[in-house]
Write a protein that binds this ligand. Structure first.
Ligand code: CA
Length: 219
């Protein structure tokens, strides 16, 4: 899952980026409103964590433009402005949740996961496809109830597939969800992860639709 972090404070940005990455998300960090606007234009993000006080373009203006453009991407507003009117304005402008600085990283990660679940239309924290279950918070995958050991990237690829059961995703689409800016992606990195996943879970669990991409089997 790929997150856009919009934060101009270098200390806070660094800590939050590390925290979200440690929780298994691909994180891109925009340090001003204009960079955030450009990044949001490509539509690859599953969620944004948005500071309101930003150089070049205010967070509230970004949020208004995003919603006016029809995007339903979940947004968590993170702001030092703890005044109630600001929080209300953020929610009215289309934020889905908010955190007040200084906020606890674990709480932010929990809120991110809760929002992603809600957005996917699932109240359950565990994703399930037939005998396969994936718990994003506990980082556990089970097949027929038995734990399967996966690398962080294998887990991330599987999570993206299991968020969209039955949907065929191209290699490029998977790459976009699993890698952030500036991360070195080998030309066949995603294919290698898929190869390992199919070996560990059984080739039938992840179906290769030739020339199109991959989907997780729902049987
Ligand atoms: Ca700021």
């Amino acid at each position: 899952m790929r997150i856009l972090l919009v934060e101009d404070d270098p200390m806070i940005g660094k800590v939050v980026r590390q925290g979200l990455a440690a929780a298994g998300f691909a994180v891109d960090w925009a340090t001003d409103g204009r960079a955030a606007e450009l990044a949001l234009g490509n539509g690859v993000y599953d969620l944004a964590v948005l500071d309101l006080g930003l150089p070049k373009k205010d967070g509230m203006a970004l949020l208004h433009a995003l919603r006016a453009g029809g995007s339903a991407m979940p947004v968590i507003v993170a702001t030092a402005r703890d005044a109630v009117p600001d929080r209300i304005a953020g929610l009215e402008a289309g934020a889905d949740d908010y955190v007040i600085k200084p906020f606890d990283l674990d709480e932010l990660v929990a809120r991110v996961r809760a929002l992603l679940r809600r957005h996917a239309g699932s109240g359950s924290p565990v994703l399930a496809c037939g005998p396969l279950a994936l718990d994003p918070a506990r980082k556990i995958v089970t097949l027929d109830g038995a734990a399967v050991a996966l690398s962080a990237r294998e887990f991330a690829v599987l999570e993206v597939l299991m968020q969209r059961p039955g949907e065929v995703l191209s290699r490029e689409a998977l790459e976009e969800k699993v890698y952030g800016w500036g991360e070195e992606v080998g030309s066949n990195a995603v294919e290698v992860h898929l190869h390992h996943l199919r070996r560990k879970l059984g080739a039938g669990r992840i179906v290769n639709v030739r020339g199109v991409g991959y989907r997780v089997s729902e049987d």
